[in-house]
Design a protein around this ligand. Sequence first.
Ligand code: NAD
Length: 355
Amino acid sequence: MKPYVAVLPGDGIGPEVMTQTLRVAQKVAPDLTFKTGLIGGAAFKETGQHFPKQTATLIDGAEAVLFGSVGGPVDQQQEPQWQNCEANSILALRKHLQLNINLRPVHFYPALTHISPLKNERYAACNDFVILRELAGDIYFGDKSTVIENEQKVARDVAEYNESQVKSIADWAFQLASKRQNQLISVDKANVLQSSQLWRQVMEQTAHNYPQVKLTHQLVDNCAMQLILKPEQFDVVVAGNLFGDIISDAASALPGSLGLMPSASFNPQGFGLYEPAGGSAPELTGKNTANPMAQLLSLALMLEHSFQREKAASQIRLAINKALGEGYRTADIACHESQKTTTSGFIDLILHNLT
Ligand code: NAD
């Protein structure tokens, strides 16, 4: 059977940004096959399930997954179509594919300095950096309980890591740092938490296998502050599930819009799922105004990591830079009415810039 990419557009703006992204995919990688499946509320509507069996079968035969977004309007979360939609789709997918590593690149666009919360001179000093977040362990997956003790409710969530979980992401992080600037910052709370002390020990042990990489540690509270004060110091950052969740969202504010942020998740065998960092933005749905960059950059990550097509990935990034440099923007990043382009209009420009 011919290898293919499983495409799961999902809900909200997912289908529209995915349709536009696939126009670019067909141009830069015309030999790849894309097969579409249902996920999230769209799947529930058709099958009564957020992650139906047909979708599991589709992804089991795929080389990679290109995912859109799932979920309904925040004020309709109690409706059956949307209830637990994210958990039933995304967490179920992560579990099904055993995804344990999440990669979030943070890219600074000189043309978009004005939309960043950073001062211009700070923004200009920033280098692109990458955050790696462990996805399968920590407080999200440890024992949980709510019990009555001394006549009041007590809730517990256990933060737990074993050595092999940490080793798996440590190797990824050191290998990525080796391909970049040989600098790795590991984030933990080793002054207080035993799970962080184990995290730090495994990072130190793994460092012996990568003598070219300089490993430093940052406590998570300090890291949160440094991300805002001095983001130019970061190149590759690695963190556990909870701290990685928080610092990657904080870092995504720096370039200026969630609509710019792609992400990739991998399992230990290197199988990848690629998706925008943001959600389904229901208020923008069907208006042809959403920013397609996060989806498009997720495609670029997929071409690079799952298909080793660095040239196609860099073609996409150059075409985006050119469009932004010429002043074209979707509404979320535009300053003036005259700059505004639609979702499909932005992709028309990308296609034009690729030629
Ligand atoms: P959201 O990420 O959908 O939107 C947050 C803000 O970012 C909104 O102002 C939205 O307009 C803007 N935004 C997001 N993507 C954009 C884009 N491509 N272009 C322009 N603006 C963009 O988060 P939310 O509003 O909290 O949640 C909406 C729904 O999305 C909920 O049902 C939630 O469960 C779901 N969600 C899904 C995912 C996912 O699929 N991975 C992630 C987060 C939230």
